[in-house]
Write a protein that binds this ligand. Sequence first.
Ligand code: HSE
Length: 313
Amino acid sequence: MILDQVTATAFAPATIANVAVGFDLLGFPIEGVGDEVTVSRSAGPGVEITKIEGINQNITLEADKNTATVGLIQLLKDVNADFGFSVSIKKGIPMSSGMGGSASSAVAAIVAANALLDHPLPKEKLFHYAMLGEMVASGGLHGDNIAPALFGGLTLCRSISPPDLISIPVPSRIQCILIHPDLEVSTKESRGKLKKEISLSDHVRQSAAMGGFIAGCFKDDLDLIQRSFKDVIIEPQRSSQIPGFIEAKKTALGLGAIGCAISGSGPSVFAWADTAERAEMIREAMIQEFKIKGLKCESWISPISTQGARLSS
Ligand code: HSE
């Protein structure tokens, strides 16, 4: 197949990584917020970023340092392309928000670029290229934002190299509340501060939580998901970076949330609820807790989206 298409635009959603129980292993996308990247074939070799617009203007235009374009440089090499790419990025996800912004840009860019190849690769092959961008952003190899942003749905990264990505069913009535307090947390720095060793007893407790959570998802058992919705390893190390998190979590659980945790490395936090009405109540109450700490919030309510990145034109 030889394509004559010269420009493609793709959207990739924001994602919530870790999902309390599965640090670096689990993530899911939400609806209503994400990044959009437009890629054009250019005559010259290499990759050039022509424009970054949207809510974050403070991002590098250097293609070998930008999370959206690092994978494209490698893709061009691997397919021996006799053309280049020019790239325009529209950020919808706030910077350093814990909403998977770098993954969203990397995924949207690779999906758009792939559509312009003479012989586009299957979607499964794009994971590797998007991961190159994520590595630049977070300084570690974790696929828990990239995989759900690319494929949609709650996704378990059993292995990232070679990729073994498993789609986990989620009870369809679950609504996710995502709150973004007006703060920035660098994922790279946050990861750098984590302890490198954990105790055997914490390992056992966390494994029980992960196993129970996944089993609850497969069994459509909200009580089991609720009992398992725990992070005894990472959350205690990160919660002090987010003023209001402990109070917001207590309030959400008091109002019947299935669970509440930090989204990725924060500062965003999320909760799961069993109905849209409860989700709305929880959202308002959590926002109040951050307001008491002097923090304004953006917020979203969404089902656990099954839609990953898609071409928009
Ligand atoms: N698993 C990663 C972390 C996600 O928590 O550091 C970052 O978005």
